[in-house]
Design a protein around this ligand. Structure first.
Ligand SMILES: C[S@@+](CC[C@H](N)C(=O)[O-])C[C@H]1O[C@@H](n2cnc3c(N)ncnc32)[C@H](O)[C@@H]1O
Length: 347
């Protein structure tokens, strides 16, 4: 009798919106109990796990997943890229999953990112990786539209993280879905849901749901009810098209939620109007204040809201005029802005 082999352990890299790394780590450790986190860098989490690929695809707070191949070193000058090519050439890869069918003629693309002081560009670095892989495996250059494997090199000062991309855009955009111009990427919406600690007894509301991204992400977990609303009929129509049937979408004005009973909602998660969403001259403080007064009425006594916005003053004023208090949870780097995730509860 041959003893059964334990499943092999591999290192993966998850990319995530900077600021949400701890949320991604919480999701990884909860959904993959045998996983352990090896390293956390800006926008990246490296973790080890023996979990099969199907289980990894349940990670919803991350943008992309990569198989981590090697952690290399690179000097600051262009001349050092020859060493990088040689290191890539000498990195064993055939034992890795997703690589077993790769061989001469496999079409590859390489993307590189670079931060720190270097006299080479990220394109120079990507070419150095391509050269190393061509020498070692006789892979050939592919194109963005036609390739078999997509490698990535992240250079951070003297460190170079070499990995293989495992997910494409359908992973983070959840297949085909229509998004309104202010829509959140689904993994960011999911991170807000994860922060809200979803429970099967939740009665859930997003009263600024736009194309429905947040309620749809909430639909990944059991709830008593999930409702999304928006004042724009166009947004409501898009959200209705996007949402599965167990999610209720309705037109509503968050300043007047009188059709919702007092103490009827346990959890609100919302991406409020902020940044470019606010029209010049719009009374954002008035909007937030009236919404907070409605929230105070409809939330259960232990209910809470997780809200994303960069409008700190409006949040502070809205708390003062309602019986609610706010607490910042984390700041997210998003489209060049730095909105904050707030938790809002009763005083
Ligand atoms: C930042 S967007 C939300 C985007 C959404 N999270 C998504 O992923 O598609 C804010 C939304 O608030 C809606 N809105 C603005 N004022 C509103 C109000 N008084 N009541 C309800 N919705 C409102 C806008 O129509 C817009 O769709």
């Amino acid at each position: 009798m041959t003893p059964t082999q334990p499943p092999p352990i591999f290192t993966y890299m998850a990319t995530v919106a900077p600021g949400l790394e701890p949320v991604a780590i919480s999701e990884i450790c909860t959904k993959l109990p045998s996983a352990w986190v090896q390293n956390q860098l800006r926008g990246r989490v490296l973790f080890n796990t023996d979990a099969p690929w199907e289980k990894l695809q349940n990670l919803k707070c991350v943008d992309n997943l990569y198989l981590h191949i090697a952690w290399l070193k690179v000097g600051p000058h262009k001349i050092h890229l020859a060493d990088l090519s040689a290191d890539i050439e000498n990195t064993p890869m055939h034992h890795l999953p997703f690589m077993t069918t790769a061989g001469p003629g496999t079409k590859i693309v390489v993307n590189a990112s670079r931060s720190g002081q270097h006299t080479f560009s990220r394109f120079d670095a990507a070419n150095a990786v391509l050269e190393g892989l061509s020498m070692a495996h006789r892979f050939i250059p592919g194109t963005v539209d036609s390739h078999d494997l997509n490698f990535r090199l992240d250079i951070i000062d003297t460190d170079a993280l070499f990995s293989l991309k495992l997910t494409d855009s359908t992973f983070r955009f959840r297949g085909k879905r229509a998004f309104s111009p202010a829509a959140l990427r689904p993994p960011i919406a999911h991170a807000l849901i994860w922060i809200s600690n979803p429970q099967p007894t939740d009665t859930f509301l997003d009263p600024f749901c736009g194309s429905g991204t947040i309620p749809i992400e909430r639909g990944a977990y059991e709830a008593l009810s999930i409702t999304g609303g928006d004042s724009s009929p166009e947004a409501v129509a898009v959200a209705e098209d996007n949402a599965p049937s167990h999610i209720q979408i309705m037109q509503m004005d968050a300043r007047d939620l009188t059709n919702l009973a007092p103490s009827s909602i346990t959890t609100i998660v919302s991406n409020l109007p902020w940044g470019k969403q606010i029209a010049p001259g719009e009374d954002i403080t008035g909007l937030y204040s009236r919404f907070f007064q409605e929230m105070d009425r409809i939330l259960t006594s232990h209910g809470r809201a997780i809200l994303l916005t960069d409008q700190e003053n409006a949040i502070e004023t809205a708390c003062k005029v309602s019986g609610l208090e706010h607490q910042p949870i984390c700041t997210v780097s998003l489209h060049g802005a730095l909105p904050v995730v707030y938790q809002v509860t009763r005083k």
